[in-house]
Design a protein around this ligand. Structure first.
Ligand SMILES: [Zn+2]
Length: 481
């Protein structure tokens, strides 16, 4: 499979992406158009993402639960903006067990409504608050234009749902989870992100305020990589989520929801990948290190495999995820290409000369160079420490590279003409009035949307780059996935 060269990113980024997803063995197309089969290598990556997030959710006091796939259709109709937002994307079940159902069921597009139903039953008093629950599940949205990981009809994700006594507590929770996502993106995925608030037209259907982390992909488009919503009392009022406060008065709760999905795998592919294929961030890679044995005959095989096994057990003992590629019928060169395509951060080669010298060769995926120049030779003693340090260095260099790329493609255009021009190949950070119609006109002119109003603002005020009206904040504009 590695015989064929990948389409280069500059030639056709979208085609490059499709080829990487399939040839790196991450996912495949399903018989139902728009659905996705996640293959074991892709799922292993998702499991590492899950663990990295779940650890953070638990550390901030959340617990996991399971909620049903089916939701009575009437539930979705209870919150007006929510039903308007999701109606076009719903999959509805009308027949069950061969009989027409009295009430149609929707396959969950997200679980706010059924959560609302349950929380209304569970929450009675201020003593029951806050409720901090997360779900790991899949949801269905009937998408017309799909692309593996980025937009599929069914996708896997987590959805957090919390209920609080006050607006301020709900707002603090919303910001806490946004920060959790940013921390995960930076420290586990090596992807720099902009944290910000969504504009009114881009916010979640039924939310008071929505926030997102936005990342720049290798083609300079933006990808919304995680969202956190302060739902205000909208769902609490629609579902009667009420509690008795300390003064014994009935109050509505304030709720939040927040989610990050398998779409994030698309972000990893597009933020770090190169013309040779995937580059996985070491902390999330299913295999952090692959060991390739090199020998020409049976006499060499024995001592080489002995050294390989020693290296494997040393690394595994240091909690590193290591894979030995002992496939017999393939050349080392083929294996090198194969693991480079699949993005393994670090390769170890061990041959007869290494056995004699007590060394191994290390080849980094992020600074791929052909032949000897791309390798360093290190002693087999202290290998685990050396590998751990190198992986940390790979993480840092992937992050630095992605950040430098984003900075080089983020502009502060002086007028609307320049604004339109920079959006062809980058982001614009510009003063914006906040007006919905102004935003729609910009979108029509440039195909770019407000990604967010970044939390980090320059201060002061300005004038809207498009309409000239006073502006209190700068927005990040970009074409997006
Ligand atoms: Zn404007």
């Amino acid at each position: 499979m590695s015989e064929l060269k990948l389409t280069s990113r500059s030639e056709d980024f979208s085609e490059w992406y499709n080829q990487v997803v399939q040839r790196a063995d991450l996912a495949d197309y399903a018989p139902v158009r728009g659905c996705m089969i996640v293959k074991p290598y892709g799922w292993a990556l998702w499991e590492n993402i899950q663990q990295a997030l779940d650890r953070r959710f638990k550390a901030t006091g959340h617990v996991n639960a399971g909620f049903p796939l089916f939701i009575p259709k009437s539930f979705l109709e209870k919150e007006k903006e929510h039903v308007e937002g999701f109606s076009p994307e719903l999959a509805v079940v009308t027949i069950g067990g061969g009989e027409e159902l009295e009430e149609p069921l929707v396959v969950r597009p997200t679980s706010e409504t059924i959560i609302g139903y349950a929380y209304a039953k569970w929450i009675k008093s201020y003593r029951d608050l806050p409720v901090l629950i997360n779900l790991w599940n899949s949801v269905v949205r009937w998408e017309m234009r799909t692309k593996l990981f980025l937009r599929t009809m069914e996708f896997w994700w987590q959805e957090g749902h919390t209920a609080h006594a006050t607006h301020d507590e709900a707002q603090a929770e919303t910001m806490q989870m946004l920060n959790v996502y940013a921390d995960f993106a930076v420290n586990d995925a090596a992807i720099p992100v902009i944290e910000g608030r969504k504009s009114e037209s881009e916010k979640f259907a039924g939310a008071l305020r929505s926030y997102s982390i936005e990342a720049m992909m290798g083609d300079t488009k933006a990808l919304q990589a995680g969202t956190s919503h302060n739902l205000g009392q909208n769902f609490a009022k629609a579902f009667n989520i009420q509690y008795l406060d300390r003064a014994n008065e009935l109050q509505y709760c304030w709720t939040t929801s927040w989610g990050l999905s398998t779409r994030f795998i698309g972000a990893i592919i597009m933020a770090h990948g190169d013309d040779q294929g995937l580059i996985l961030p070491p902390k999330l890679a299913p295999h952090q290190v692959v060991v390739v044995p090199i020998f020409k005959n049976d006499a060499e095989r024995g001592p080489v495999m002995e050294a390989v096994e020693r290296a494997r057990s040393t690394l595994a003992g240091a909690d590193l995820r290591v894979k030995v590629d002992n496939r017999d019928d393939l050349t080392p060169g083929f294996k090198f290409n194969d693991w480079e395509l699949r993005g393994v951060p670090l390769r170890i080669e061990i041959g007869p000369k290494d056995v004699a010298k007590g060394t191994v060769a290390l080849a980094r995926r992020d600074t791929l160079r052909a032949g000897k120049a791309g390798k360093s030779f290190v002693s087999q003693d202290g290998l685990a420490g050396m590998v751990a340090d190198t992986l940390a260095d790979i993480h840092a260099s992937l992050f630095d590279r992605a950040l430098a790329f984003r900075k080089a493609h983020t502009h502060d255009p002086k007028d609307y003409a320049e604004f339109k021009q920079v959006l062809e190949d980058g982001w614009a950070f510009s003063w914006w009035c906040g007006d919905r119609e102004c935003e729609a006109q910009i979108k029509e002119d440039t195909k770019a949307t407000t990604r967010c109003l970044p939390l980090e603002q320059p201060g002061g005020t300005g004038t809207c780059l498009h309409c000239g009206k006073p502006a209190r904040e700068k927005a990040m504009f970009a074409k997006a996935y």
